[in-house]
Write a protein that binds this ligand. Structure first.
Ligand SMILES: NC(=O)c1ccc[n+]([C@@H]2O[C@H](COP(=O)([O-])OP(=O)(O)OC[C@H]3O[C@@H](n4cnc5c(N)ncnc54)[C@H](OP(=O)(O)O)[C@@H]3O)[C@@H](O)[C@H]2O)c1
Length: 288
């Protein structure tokens, strides 16, 4: 199976490359391969003739998206539409990633795929638009909504993932303010990549939720990181309002992965197990 992997050196892309190593993976790197260049992307994908195209690219600096609406929609929505059209033309399955930020956070139980979205931010809105445009263009797709990714490649676009950011901040010995009123399901990119591998072995196209099991606030996640690595950090729980981020985020965004599990897809483990595994395999220089 030929798999074109867009964003192959990103956080998720890196683990997908390793997890899918038994396949003929053709890694595509930005800016050589730019999803916003519709003509260039289409020509390159036609040349490759993939069975599956996996798109990990996104503009996901959530607060920056509030001021750069056009850029957010260019990458997260219109480029996804163009990829869908290309995949339709070359008859390739398109795998695309979306986010828990499509929801408003008012739920009191994990969101299922049929729940009504209600994004609170430009980022969430642009990702939801991408889902809709893709769905309208091409049926042979998997849209995977996930949350709070952490993986070895550390989230290149943002500089570091949350785990590495916490460890780095602790080394500065400052008080670390962490939001304690957003409940999330931090997810390991290794585990997500394994689930994606299983998903593309099926023809059960559609929308899926794939995140860690269980949930925690960002503050609880940070506290557990320091407990596990045995570092005493000066952690201060704060509310979202006090924290003052530009974009609004859902207060609760746990996703239910029952639909994927019912298909026999190995879901992700609980967030604490995934965090332990990540910290065990972590390069201690990663946060430097
Ligand atoms: N990170 C999270 O916590 C999180 C949570 C929920 C959902 N998601 C979704 O999961 C997916 C993967 O996230 P991630 O954390 O792996 O992101 P990432 O580490 O930032 O990787 C994104 C990759 O896409 C590349 N890219 C950026 N702009 C591009 C463009 N215009 N054309 C082609 N490639 C481009 C990046 O290249 P450069 O590094 O050179 O820019 C990078 O290789 C995204 O769809 C994101 O919205 C992420």
């Amino acid at each position: 199976m030929i798999i074109a992997l867009i964003g192959a050196d990103g956080q998720l892309g890196t683990d997908l490359r390793e997890t899918l190593a038994a396949e003929d993976v053709r890694p595509l790197f930005y800016p050589d391969f730019d999803v916003t260049d519709a003509g260039g992307s289409a020509a390159k994908l036609r040349d490759l003739g993939p069975d599956v195209v996996i798109n990990t690219s996104a503009f996901h600096r959530v607060d920056e998206c509030e001021d750069r609406i056009e850029d957010a929609f260019r990458i997260n929505a219109f480029a996804v539409r163009d990829l869908a059209r290309t995949c339709r033309d070359i008859d390739a399955v398109l795998v695309h990633f979306s986010t828990d930020f499509v929801f408003d956070g008012a739920s009191s139980r994990p969101y299922v795929e049929t729940d009504r979205p209600g994004p609170l931010s430009v980022y969430g809105t642009s990702k939801l638009a991408g889902e809709h445009l893709l769905t309208a263009e091409w049926g042979r797709h998997f849209i995977v909504r996930t949350c709070g990714l952490f993986g070895r490649a550390g989230c290149l676009e943002k500089g570091r993932n949350f785990v590495e950011t916490m460890i780095w901040l602790a080394s500065s010995r400052r008080t670390i303010r962490v939001v304690n009123d957003q409940v999330v399901g931090p997810t390991s990119t290794v585990e997500l990549a394994r689930a994606v591998r299983a998903l593309i072995g099926t023809e059960a196209y559609g929308l899926y939720h794939l995140t860690s099991r269980g949930g925690c606030t960002w503050f609880e996640f940070a506290r557990r990181i320091f407990e596990l690595i045995g570092v005493e950090a000066d952690l201060l729980p704060v509310g979202s309002k006090e924290f003052g981020a530009k974009a609004r985020r859902p207060a609760y965004s746990l996703l239910d992965d029952a639909k994927a599990r019912a298909l026999g897809i190995p879901g992700c483990s609980d967030w604490e197990t995934a965090l332990k595994d990540y910290l065990t395999g972590r390069d201690p220089r990663a946060a430097g």
